[in-house]
Design a protein around this ligand. Structure first.
Ligand code: FES
Ligand code: FES
Length: 151
């Protein structure tokens, strides 16, 4: 079994097949950007992009990612070449504690890839349910607007 992880094939060890995709990413591959929040698909802290769709990795069985394309925040940009959404996040000073932020950013990336010029309703619909206990929602909206302008 394998998946395409941040652009490169990566094997899914047989003994990880019944774990969650989130556990596979964090514990088997050492990619700790996606976070464990609720573990039941409610909070969005674990959001990654699977085949172009923002996906809560805590409710995906690792074995079911066989053959799929998975993108995590580690594959988004580098310190030298940030993704436009990351640039916008910095410019808008979005994060507070940071725990939810990888999930928020991956959600925004998926939104802007599907809808490059989203309406306010599109943004609200996309963000709905990705929780931030620090209440950074206004700055997330501002950053998405800035990312639209940057791209
Ligand atoms: S940890 Fe996956 S949705 Fe909360
Ligand atoms: S920045 Fe703290 S939970 Fe979102």
């Amino acid at each position: 079994m394998f998946l395409i992880l941040n652009g490169a094939p990566q094997s899914i060890p047989e003994d990880w097949a019944d774990e969650t995709l989130l556990s596979l990413l964090r514990e088997a591959y050492g990619l700790s950007g996606a976070k464990f929040g609720c573990g039941v698909g409610i909070c969005g802290a674990c959001t990654v992009i699977v085949d172009g769709v923002a996906t809560r990795s805590c409710v995906v069985r690792a074995g079911d990612a066989q053959g799929l394309t998975v993108r995590t925040i580690e594959g988004l940009g580098s310190a030298e070449a940030l993704h436009p959404v990351q640039q916008a996040w910095l410019a808008a000073a979005v994060p507070q504690c940071g725990y939810c932020q990888a999930g928020q950013i991956m959600l925004a990336v998926a939104l802007l890839e599907q809808t490059p010029r989203p309406s306010a309703t599109d943004v609200e619909t996309a963000l709905d349910g990705n929780l931030c206990r620090c209440g950074t929602y206004e700055r997330i909206r501002a950053a998405i607007q800035q990312a639209v302008e940057l791209s």
